[in-house]
Design a binder for this molecule. Sequence first.
Ligand code: ME8
Length: 481
Amino acid sequence: MKKYFTTPIYYVNDVPHIGHAYCTLATDTLVRYWRKKLGRENVFFLTGTDENSQKTVDAARKKGESIAEYLEEMAANWRQSWEAIGIDFDDFIRTTEQRHVKMVQQIFHTIYDRGDIYKDKYTGLYCTGCETFLKASDLDENGNCPDHKTPPQKLQEENYFFRLSKYSEPLLKLYEENPSFLQPETRRKEITNFIRSGLEDVSISRETAEFGIPLPIDESHKVYVWFDALINYISGVPGGADGDFWKESVHIIGKDITRFHCVIWPAMLLSAGIKPAKEVFAHGFFTVDGQKMSKSLGNVVSPVELAAQYGNDALRAGLLGSFEFGHDGDFSLENFKGFYRMRLAGGVGNLFHRVITLIHKFLDGEKPKSEDQTAEMQKQLQEFGQLFEAGKIKGAIDYYFSIVDSANEILNKEEPWKLAKTDIEAAKKVFAILLQKLEVLAEMSQVILPETAPKMKKILGDEKKVGIPEILFEQKNTRKA
Ligand code: ME8
């Protein structure tokens, strides 16, 4: 079995914030689960940057740089940011790369040959922030884009259109036949209702765009950035649309871009004679301390800075553990610090340190013989896996910490350091149980705390003896002043 995971390709008009990191870390964590289950060679993970956008042109201009210069710098920044926070992608695609440009032109041509592209005049309201046309009814009371709070541009141009309206029925059939095509259920309902309400054809070229991929049928137009961007999922997958990975594709996206991924993209593929992605998972949006992240509010959190301070595993588990995958939520720095202090340093870190130190002290580091608990351990690993396979990332993280809590409870209740002085055999039994819990946690950590997992394995030693205790999570001064 194979699996192919993608994140959205992000716009490069700015550096990554924790919203982008949330999606990328969620995908990376799912990828780690599946790599562990299927073997690394059977899982492919693609991320990248969406570059052929007016946002690129505006941002480069603002910085006084050429587009090429700006893009080199920003694509490197995104790539390095992901590497810095421990994202282990297999490939990083940029939409200005030749492999992508060629694929876009090829797919465009196939759709054109099907008769699904035609030229027409268009007048509409365009928001560069969204890179999409808005209807008058979409605007807020000030006539602005409700997301970007800026007035849309009035565009009048000759555009090429994609016959999306033709695909209502085939799309509804796709949804009916593939119940897991779009998750969670709330998004599926929203999108199927949208399709049922009737689809309009969409403009897929820009006559006035300054930057982008020229249409293979008319060099004076550029391909609309979304039509171009979605195709990255095929330009970046080994074997392309005919390969084994594409058949098992899973797009992880935020709910804001569900229509593009679950209406336009599958319709483009149906038109091009390519099977749509197998699954799309649209996660929720989160606020920071109850407020939408924005530069003007100054509450934009850098994942790179947070990880440099608390470690990559803390960022991963803290962020993904804040609210359930698929739901909206909130991220607060105070809660994050509390999570670090109580769950990581005081919870799992302290547990490993105490158990291993006690085994050194009372058993000379020798591992006690234990009753076979393989069945129990297998059961726990299975339940952990089931949570992942159901898309419950927070559920899996909570499950992990429930094992940490149960081990800490055993330790505090049985007090093996006292028991060892009166009944060493009874103490050995307690240590054996605790060691097995640590083994399970080390195993699960490969997925949710991947940088700590090898340290845990080292501390757990070999068949006979435990290793040297090590501080896994330094206590930091995280208390409120
Ligand atoms: O839309 N909470 O890119 P983008 C949760 N280039 N997730 C958030 C978030 C928040 N507050 N803010 C952003 C684009 N995200 C296109 C995609 S794909 C072919 C093209 C995440 O840079 C979320 O995953 O605007 C969202 O979908 C994504 O960032 C949008 O990133």
